[in-house]
Design a protein around this ligand. Structure first.
Ligand code: ADP
Ligand code: MG
Length: 240
């Protein structure tokens, strides 16, 4: 589903991604860990071309992401993304936030888009919030709306960039529960997070990045119990 081959990326003369080789199969849940500034967000954002790769090859669901002729809008329809800050439209209701892209991009009929929005609001546990505005919701509820909004486009891949980092502790669990359910249902997911419990329990694989490189690509067991690199041990000793 996602294949990075010798991908490099520079911001000016700063190399943020170095020789990235990574294959993610359909249905896999891959968690990306690493210190701040190691390139995790940039790697994630390359997948839907919010950032462009400088060289190498990146293929996502058959789309050559680096190729100028690739229809990026079609690619992006296949990929939902959830950010640390929920990025909901403040002046639109929850229902309007969720139906916007299905109506505009998928050209779905309004009744169908609303039906689907209600389905996903039920799935994320807040069916009663359809007509609320984002400011009337807790952070955890807003993030669940953001996930429902991503799912309403029926994506093949969901990307999560620190989806719980801006939440109060008591709300983290409700968002991770929704993500856990998605993972069990077979969604292809790439998740940047500092939630080690989630990583250990839900990930099929852990990618550890440091200074723009992938240093480990391992199962959670291997990663947490027997990391290869000294820098991984240092990282783990700080967070566990
Ligand atoms: P992480 O998500 O692991 O914290 P990022 O991918 O956000 O790391 O950033 C990696 C490095 O690239 C950081 O040093 C950051 O300052 C730098 N960086 C990120 N985005 C840009 C940008 N648009 N222009 C220049 N440097 C950037
Ligand atoms: Mg980041």
């Amino acid at each position: 589903m996602i294949h990075f081959e010798n991908v490099n990326k520079w911001f000016g003369d700063f190399q943020v991604l170095k020789e990235i080789n990574l294959k993610i199969e359909a249905g896999e849940v891959v968690v990306i860990l690493g210190p701040s500034g190691s390139g995790k967000s940039t790697l994630l954002r390359c997948i839907n071309k919010l950032e462009t790769i400088s060289d190498g090859e990146l293929i996502v669901d058959g789309f050559k992401v680096g190729d100028k002729k690739t229809n990026i809008n079609l690619l992006r329809q296949e990929i939902g993304m959830v950010f640390q800050h929920f990025n909901l439209y403040p002046h639109k209701t929850v229902l309007e936030n969720i139906t916007l892209a299905p109506l505009k991009v998928r050209k779905m009929a309004k009744a169908e888009a609303e039906e689907i929005a209600h389905q996903y609001l039920t799935k994320v546990g807040i069916p009663e919030k359809a007509n609320s505005y984002p400011s009337q919701l807790s952070g955890g509820q807003q993030q669940r709306v953001a996930i429902a909004r991503g799912l309403a486009m029926k994506p093949k891949i969901m990307l999560f960039d620190e989806p719980t980092s801006a939440l109060d502790p008591e709300m983290i669990g409700e968002v991770l529960d929704v993500m856990r359910t998605l993972a069990k249902e077979g969604m292809t997911m790439v998740v940047v997070t500092h939630e080690m419990g989630f990583a250990r329990e839900v990930a099929d694989r852990i990618i550890f990045m440091d200074e723009g490189r992938i240093l480990e690509d391992a199962t959670p067991e291997e990663f947490f119990n027997n990391p290869k690199e000294e820098r991984t041990r240092v990282f783990l000793s700080k967070i566990l």
